[in-house]
Design a protein around this ligand. Structure first.
Ligand SMILES: NC(=O)c1ccc[n+]([C@@H]2O[C@H](COP(=O)([O-])OP(=O)(O)OC[C@H]3O[C@@H](n4cnc5c(N)ncnc54)[C@H](O)[C@@H]3O)[C@@H](O)[C@H]2O)c1
Length: 371
């Protein structure tokens, strides 16, 4: 165990559990585990909850992770750190933790939170690395809010230009933590994640940070469609700009406290760029357009992603529901069109048609500030 500090009693040791063990979950565990060994305020061991799977050779995924210190399915070739312990039992994995890092595909979070009710300690702080949202009758519910509501804990978010495989091999990148109230807690999370190759900063705009991370996956689908149609760099840059503009307008409409400056953090423009250049949503959307929409996104996800999950298609549907419910579709042509292409209602080429009718975004923003 790491040093407790000279005075012993004065030092609080925080115990971390990562809830999720996909591609990003495994990288997050690796980044965190090297810091918990180094920093005395954290307990050395990092638990990682694994949604158990049996590998083609018959071995359980959690057993191979513990034996080889590597997630052979979701992050092959990368050692996680010997202090990462894979645990397929969710209740057991969180029992001792007072810092919970949530990092699963968003569609599983409600079920996971249901299983965690009454199972976590009283002094727990959470952070969500999850991109996506839930749509409810009363409107969109961000995942950090879902966690707060269901578990009764404070929950920050971490988003950014973070393609997991690049951080796994320690290529320089940045990330943004969004927090609501406590700067002190946000700084503890900054400490837990920071590496010389991973610069993390905190901003007091949780909704802005989370909506950036969520909505950019829809823009990435649009960028992939443009790639699949061989439309070139100018078109792709235009899609990214229009997408970012719609992201900002929708975020501010939903949460008036969202700050413009958040869109210049890693979670904003940088994440739009990296996801539109290199992410899995872009890749699958490119394949969708190259196939002329004949293969569904579900088929392509299975074919191309080896168990990894697409987020952009389900987020596009959720965003569309929010827009339809509020009568805002015409204000957000790019975000709306992505969903209609995904479900086969429009051809992939429709992604650039919306520009023929520029939206009256001045309705939703004070026009001078928006343009
Ligand atoms: N991979 C990245 O580059 C990246 C970067 C930033 C953020 N994210 C976000 O992180 C989150 C997690 O993505 P990821 O890349 O770690 O996962 P992933 O897509 O690589 O893997 C899917 C994970 O879901 C698990 N799973 C499958 N069925 C399940 C079920 N029924 N219940 C619970 N879990 C189940 C699988 O075991 C696996 O761990 C997503 O919200 C994603 O948008 C990913």
């Amino acid at each position: 165990m790491g040093e407790v500090g000279m005075a012993g009693a004065a030092a609080v040791q925080f115990r971390v559990t990562v809830v999720g063990s996909g591609n990003w979950g495994s990288v997050a565990a690796k980044v965190i585990a090297s810091n918990t060994l180094r920093l005395s305020c954290f307990h050395d061991e990092v638990r990682m909850w694994v949604f158990e799977e049996v590998l083609p050779g018959g071995e359980k995924l959690s057993d191979t992770i513990n034996k080889n210190n590597e997630n052979v399915k979701y992050l092959p070739g990368i050692k996680l750190g010997k202090n990462v312990v894979a645990d397929p039992n969710l209740e057991n994995a969180v029992r001792e933790a007072n810092m919970l890092v949530f990092v699963t595909p968003h569609q599983f979070m409600e079920g996971i939170c249901n299983s965690l009710v009454g199972k976590i300690k009283g002094d727990v702080e959470g952070i969500s690395l999850i991109k996506g949202m839930e749509v409810r009758k009363e409107g969109p519910c961000l995942i950090s809010k879902l966690i707060t509501d269901m578990l009764g804990i404070n929950c920050c978010v971490l988003m950014g230009a973070n393609i997991a495989n690049e951080i796994a091999v320690e290529k320089f990148s940045e990330a943004t933590i969004g927090y609501k109230h406590s700067k002190e807690v946000a700084e503890r999370w900054v400490k837990l994640f920071s590496q010389p190759y991973f610069l993390v900063s905190a901003v007091q705009d949780i909704e802005g940070v989370e909506l950036c991370g969520t909505l950019k996956n829809v823009v990435a689908i649009a960028a992939g469609l443009v790639d699949g149609l061989d439309m070139g760099n100018n078109t792709k840059a235009a899609i990214m700009r229009i997408g970012l503009r719609e992201m900002r307008a929708l975020s501010k409409l939903l949460f008036p406290s969202v700050r413009d400056s958040t869109f210049f953090e890693s979670c904003g423009v940088a994440d739009v760029i990296t996801t539109c250049l290199g992410g899995r949503n872009r890749r699958v959307a490119e394949a969708f357009a190259r196939n002329g929409g004949r293969k569904s996104f579900d088929e392509l996800e299975t074919e191309l992603l080896q168990g990894q999950k697409l987020q952009g298609v389900s987020t596009a549907k959720e965003v569309y529901e929010v827009l339809s419910h509020r009568g805002w579709n015409a204000l957000f042509p790019l975000l709306s069109t992505v969903h209609r292409i995904c479900i086969g209602q429009l051809p992939p080429s429709a992604i650039v048609k919306h520009s023929e009718k520029p939206p009256k975004l001045s309705i939703v923003e004070s026009s001078a500030e928006f343009y």
